[in-house]
Design a protein around this ligand. Structure first.
Ligand code: ADP
Ligand code: MG
Length: 504
C-alpha cells in the first residue's frame, strides 16, 4: 500500500507584487463525461462524432410527458469514481432541476444534484516530484446531464442545434481550494484523469470536451492560507474568480497565471476583486469577464418531481469496491517496492493505463526489471521516435515477451535481441521462429567455443605470455573468439573458458 506520509508538501507558488509577496489559492470543478454507452436518463447512444441529432430520444428532446429513467451503470460509474478517490459514498442522494433557458437545452432545466450529491468527501494525492506531493481534498462528486451544442459557424445567417450530447451523464468533481499553483492545477487534472482512466469511468479525452474544468482562482498574503486551513474559515482567503470551461492543461496554467497577476494588480492599486465568471482567450492569453455575481442566474433549484431520491445499497457499493482495479498510486508503489524499480521508471510505466497493462503483460512470468528496461528504453523509445502511442505499437506484448524469453534461455545475446526486436518491429512475426530461420543463435555449446579458444591461444603465443603477466589482457582473447564465432558465442561462457585455459 502507498504510504501517504512518505511525501512532503510542495511550496506554494509565490508571485512578487510591487508591494510584497502574494500566494495563489485554486479550487477546481471538473466536468467528466461518464464512460457509458447510454445517456443518464435515456437509452440513447453517447457515441462521439455521430451524425447531428441522430442520438436523441424523446426524453432527450424533452417531448411532453416523457419521463427520465436513471441509468444504473452511470450511477455505478460515479460510485466507482468516488471509491477511487477514497471518498464517502452517499447511499441516499437526490436530483434537482437547475432551471435556465438555452436553445440547446430543450427541457428548460438541467437535472443535477445540488443538495444531496452521490459522493461526499475524498482526496487526490498530486505528485509534483519524487517524494513531493500535494493532498487535495475532494468536496463532492455529483451526477448531472450535459447540454446539447449550438453551432454558430456553419452558416452566416443561421445557428444550428445538435442534441446528441443532450442528456449525456457528467460527473462534476469539486475540489477544496487546496491547489497552490498553476503546475499543481494541471497536475491535479492529469492525476484525476489518470485515476478515472484506470477505473474506466471517463475516457478523459480533453480535445473532445470529455473532461473540462472550471478554475477558481484567488490570491492572498503569506500566512493567510494556513489560517484558513486551521479554521476552515473562507474569510481568510481572497475573493475568487471562476474561469469557465477549460479543456487544455496548458491553457489552465496560462489562465491561472494571468488571472492571479490581474488580481494582484487590482489589489495593489487599492481596488477590490469582484466575484465573477470569466472566460480565457487563448489567442490573447488573457481572461475577460463573462458575468458578475449580480448578473448570475437564479436557477430556482428544486427537487425533480419526476425522479425519486436515489437509494443504493451498501452491499451493491461493496460489490463495486471488490471489483476495483489496482490504482496508479498503488501500482507505482508496488513496482518500486516489489521490483526495485526507480520512482521515475515506475512513473513512466504507470502514467497511462494502457502502458501499465502492456508492461504487465510483458513482465508476467518474466524478470520484471529486465521487462521494464525493454519496455521503456527499446519500445517506448522507438514509439516516441515514430510519434506513435502504445495502441499503435507494431510490436505486441506477446512478441516482446518472446524476445525476452530468448535472452533468458541464453539462446540469443542482448545485441542479437536488439536486432531481433528491429526485425519484429518492421516485419512482424514470431521472435523464436525468426531467430531460428535467420540462424540468430548464440553458441553456448562449450565444445565449439573451446575449439575456437584453443585455436586462438595456439596461434598467439606472445599474447598468451602478456595475458599471463597481466590478466586484464585476457579480454583480447574473448574478443577474438567472439569475432571468430561471428558474435554468436555467449560472452560469459567465453570469458570463463579463456581464463581457465590461460590458467588465470
Ligand atoms: P459555487 O457553488 O458558487 O460554485 P463552491 O463553494 O461550490 O461555490 O466553490 C466552487 C469552487 O471554488 C470549489 O472548487 C472551491 O474549492 C473553490 N473556491 C472556493 N473559495 C475559493 C477561493 N477563495 N479561492 C479559490 N478557490 C475557491
Ligand atoms: Mg460551482
Amino acid at each position: 500500500m502507498l504510504d501517504h506520509l512518505s511525501y512532503t508538501a510542495p511550496e506554494p507558488k509565490v508571485i512578487a507584487g510591487a508591494k510584497g509577496d502574494w500566494e495563489l489559492v485554486i479550487g477546481l470543478e471538473v466536468h467528466a463525461q461518464v464512460a457509458s454507452n447510454a445517456k443518464l436518463f435515456s437509452g440513447a447512444s453517447t457515441e462521439f462524432g455521430a451524425e447531428p441529432n441522430s442520438n436523441v430520444s424523446f426524453v432527450d428532446a424533452a417531448m411532453p410527458g416523457m419521463l427520465p429513467v436513471i441509468n444504473e451503470f452511470c450511477v455505478a460509474q460515479a460510485v466507482r469514481t468516488g471509491l477511487g478517490l477514497k471518498a464517502a459514498i452517499n447511499l441516499v442522494s437526490a436530483f434537482d432541476r437547475k432551471n435556465y433557458f438555452y436553445p440547446d437545452l430543450p427541457q428548460g432545466y438541467q437535472i443535477s444534484q445540488l443538495y444531496h450529491p452521490i459522493v461526499g468527501e475524498g482526496e487526490i494525492i498530486v505528485d509534483m516530484a519524487p517524494g513531493v506531493a500535494r493532498r487535495v481534498r475532494i468536496e463532492r462528486i455529483h451526477l448531472e446531464q450535459d447540454a446539447g451544442k449550438s453551432i454558430h459557424d456553419m452558416d452566416p445567417a443561421l445557428s444550428f442545434v445538435d442534441l446528441n450530447r443532450t442528456g449525456v451523464a457528467l460527473m462534476e468533481i469539486v475540489s477544496r481550494p487546496d491547489i497552490r499553483g498553476p503546475e499543481e492545477a494541471a497536475a491535479y487534472v492529469a492525476k484525476l484523469r489518470q485515476i478515472m482512466r484506470y477505473l474506466g469511468t471517463c475516457d478523459g479525452n480533453m480535445q473532445n470536451g470529455n473532461l473540462r474544468a472550471d478554475v477558481n482562482v484567488s490570491v492572498c498574503k503569506p500566512g493567510d492560507y494556513e489560517r484558513y486551513q486551521e479554521t476552515q474559515d473562507f474569510s481568510h482567503l481572497g475573493t475568487r474568480c471562476e474561469i469557465k470551461n477549460m479543456n487544455s492543461l496548458r491553457f489552465i496554467q496560462a489562465a491561472i497565471e494571468y488571472e492571479a497577476r490581474r488580481q494582484i494588480a487590482i489589489l495593489e492599486d487599492g481596488g477590490i476583486i469582484v466575484q465573477e465568471t470569466r472566460l480565457y482567450d487563448p489567442d490573447k492569453g488573457e481572461t475577460r469577464s463573462m458575468r458578475s455575481k449580480e448578473e448570475a442566474h437564479d436557477y430556482r433549484y428544486f427537487p425533480d418531481p419526476d425522479l425519486l431520491p436515489l437509494e443504493i445499497e451498501q452491499a451493491w457499493v461493496d460489490d463495486i469496491a471488490a471489483s476495483m482495479p489496482e490504482l496508479p498510486d498503488e501500482k507505482k508503489a508496488r513496482f518500486v517496492q516489489a521490483l526495485g524499480m526507480s520512482e521515475y521508471d515506475a512513473g513512466v510505466l504507470t502514467a497511462e493505463v494502457e502502458n501499465a497493462d502492456f508492461y504487465e503483460a510483458v513482465a508476467q512470468g518474466r524478470d520484471g526489471k529486465q521487462a521494464a528496461n525493454w519496455v521503456i528504453n527499446e519500445l517506448f523509445g522507438r514509439l516516441n521516435k515514430e510519434g506513435l502511442g502504445i495502441g499503435d505499437s507494431p510490436v505486441s506484448a506477446v512478441q516482446l515477451g518472446g524476445v525476452l524469453d530468448l535472452i533468458a534461455s541464453g539462446e540469443i545475446s542482448g545485441k542479437m535481441a536488439k536486432d531481433l526486436f528491429e526485425i519484429v518491429w518492421t516485419e512482424g512475426g514470431d521472435p523464436a521462429e525468426i531467430a531460428a530461420a535467420r540462424g540468430m543463435k548464440q553458441v553456448t555449446d562449450l565444445g565449439a567455443i573451446e575449439a575456437a579458444v584453443d585455436e586462438i591461444i595456439a596461434a598467439n603465443p606472445a599474447q598468451v605470455e602478456k595475458a599471463k603477466a597481466n590478466p586484464k589482457l585476457a579480454g583480447w582473447f574473448t574478443g577474438q573468439v567472439l569475432k571468430a564465432t561471428g558474435g554468436k558465442a555467449n560472452p560469459a561462457a567465453v570469458n570463463e573458458l579463456v581464463a581457465q585455459k590461460l590458467g588465470l
